[in-house]
Design a protein around this ligand. Structure first.
Ligand code: NDP
Ligand SMILES: C=C(/C=C/[C@@H](C)[C@H]1CC[C@H]2C3=CC=C4C[C@@H](O)CC[C@]4(C)[C@H]3CC[C@]12C)C(C)C
Length: 473
């Protein structure tokens, strides 16, 4: 089957047919926009993808008041160009779909964010990061081109050579310049296994130095750190390989296997490094089964052996079902007593940033994922003034141990700190900054220029108006 699929793709037969089907689906987006124009542009626009499907704790209030454009009906992989090493996909294609489609053909994405349900549209118009970002940058840096439908209904394409300003302005724009209907993404050869080296580290200062040094190693395909307490962390260094060493394969994605973060923690208990060979797809989706470590607060016995053996195949509960069935009380509980945040800070500030995290939240475990911000790619994000390219995503997910935790105080303090070190906040999470503070964190120059040129005012809200606290519940 895979060989036949490959032959058909190479002959172009599938590519041509699906391109025609894609054009028909784009026409439905254009039609919706024409109707909105004909009806006198009564409200602003957003996508019609229901808010509870979004990979965020929150749901946009604006979904109820704005006109929804049905981009979420576009969910197919359209064509693969093995010579050019690209794949053309529609915006509602998910990361799970991408690995299932590309890997049997021997390809993968350079940056493949790890939760199965993340969509290309959300990662392009928001931001995407993964443990290969120390080498390849953000999801946006692995995109060759975008196809958009503007508020007027016109279809435009952009890439580094064609319409380069629009190309730079789309990432982080949250659907406020136009509707993404297609994206051409880089692909790279996939190997069947990841050789993963686990390195337990015990003293914060030296551990952070060791991590920062390793993050520079672009010979590694993957690198990340999980931090379990002030002075306990495990650095993981991964490289794609063709063949595993006998007896060292660990298919961590199998339903009865322990949650990945608990498996990683076992290296702290053993107090010595180790090497395993993990099937590539299992590696990519290693944090999916336990939603990082969020599932331990939802199904407290979810990692017990009996549960894994009997019900592990059902995990994780779909985040959108959890959102859809969330009561107001539970929502409030999460809002007041739970942190889900990703702060992108310059590497040189990591030590300090961990201290700020301890003081304001005191959440553990933490996720460290290094990433590059290249000066030439800057758009909504500004490169560091001192030329530093290595940033670290500090992922904070869990219940704060700070007994006096108040989001309005402690999250605000962390946001202020991140802004003061020229860092960035990922915008899928609660964002409490004022409009002025937000404009200090993110560069609005190119964005505003594009909004003017494309006639976005009156058609789309600004990013701030989609991501601030008042816009979501
Ligand atoms: N590893 C990672 O990188 C992770 C990233 N995330 C975050 O989750 C989000 C992605 O989640 P996902 O559920 O896929 O996406 P979302 O539905 O959350 O969309 C994110 C933003 O992109 C806009 N958008 C999505 N598709 C389109 C489109 N076709 N055209 C125009 N605008 C669009 C949405 O607009 P609208 O609100 O109008 O629908 C929204 O503002 C990103 O913001 C990402 O940063 C979360 C977890 C992990
Ligand atoms: C951004 C990153 C990772 C983020 C994840 C840890 C969170 C992204 C979306 C979060 C969730 C969405 C909805 C939920 C429903 C609630 O009832 C329970 C919590 C949750 C499952 C919540 C949990 C955390 C997320 C999965 C990195 C990788 C850049």
């Amino acid at each position: 089957m895979h060989i036949r699929a490959k032959l058909a793709i190479m002959s172009g037969a599938i590519n041509e047919k699906s391109r025609a089907q894609h054009a028909a689906r784009v026409a439905t987006v254009q039609k919706a926009l024409r109707e909105w124009n004909d009806e006198g542009r009564k409200t602003k626009l957003c996508t019609a993808r229901p808010g509870w499907l979004a990979m965020s704790l929150r749901t946009g209030r604006y979904k109820k008041t704005m006109t929804g454009i049905p981009t979420h009906k576009l969910g197919n992989v359209i064509s693969i160009n093995e010579e050019k090493r690209t794949v053309f996909v529609e915006p509602n294609v998910t990361m799970g779909q991408i690995t299932a489609t590309l890997m049997p053909l021997g390809w993968t994405l350079p940056v493949l964010p790890e939760l199965d349900d993340l969509t290309v549209g959300g990662l392009v118009c928001g931001v995407g990061i993964e443990s290969s970002s120390h080498k390849h940058g953000l999801f946006q840096h692995c995109c060759k081109g975008f196809e958009l439908v503007l508020a007027s209904g016109e279809v435009v394409s952009c890439s580094a050579d064609n319409n380069p300003e629009l190309f730079k302005a789309v990432p982080w724009s949250h659907g406020t310049l136009g509707f993404l209907v297609g994206a051409e993404l880089d692909i790279v050869p996939a190997k069947p296994y990841v050789r993963l080296e686990y390195v337990p580290l015990f003293d914060r200062k030296t551990a952070v130095e060791t991590c920062l040094e390793s993050y520079k190693n672009t010979d590694l395909d993957f690198i990340e750190t999980l931090i379990y307490s002030r002075d306990e962390m495990v650095l993981m260094k991964g490289a794609m390989v063709d063949k595993p060493e006998p007896g060292k394969v660990n298919a961590i994605g199998t339903w009865y296997k322990p949650w990945f973060f608990t498996h990683v923690r076992s290296y702290l208990e053993k107090k010595k490094p180790g090497v395993e060979y993990i099937p590539l797809r299992d590696y990519y989706h290693r944090h999916t089964k336990s939603l990082f470590w969020e599932l331990q607060d939802i199904i407290t016995f979810g990692n017990d052996l009996w549960f894994r053996v009997l019900f592990g195949w059902m995990m994780p509960p779909n985040h959108s079902i959890l959102k859809r069935t969330q009561t107001e009380e539970l929502r409030k509980l999460y809002e007041d007593h739970h942190v889900v945040q990703d702060m992108l800070v310059p590497g040189s500030k990591l030590q300090e940033c961990l201290d700020v995290q301890d003081r304001e939240f005191g959440c553990y475990p933490l996720w460290l994922c290094p990433m590059r911000i290249f000066p030439e790619d800057a758009g909504f994000i500004k490169p560091a003034k001192n030329g530093e390219e290595m940033f670290i995503d500090l992922g904070i997910y869990g219940n704060p141990s700070n007994k006096d935790f108040k989001p309005q105080v402690n999250l605000r303090n962390v946001e202020n700190y991140v802004r003061s070190v020229e860092g960035f906040q990922m915008l899928y999470a609660d964002m409490l900054q004022s409009r002025e503070e937000f404009e200090e964190m993110f560069d609005h120059k190119l964005y505003r220029k594009m909004r003017k040129e494309l006639g976005c005012e009156g058609a789309f809200p600004e990013v701030y108006d989609k991501v601030c606290k008042a816009a979501r519940w």
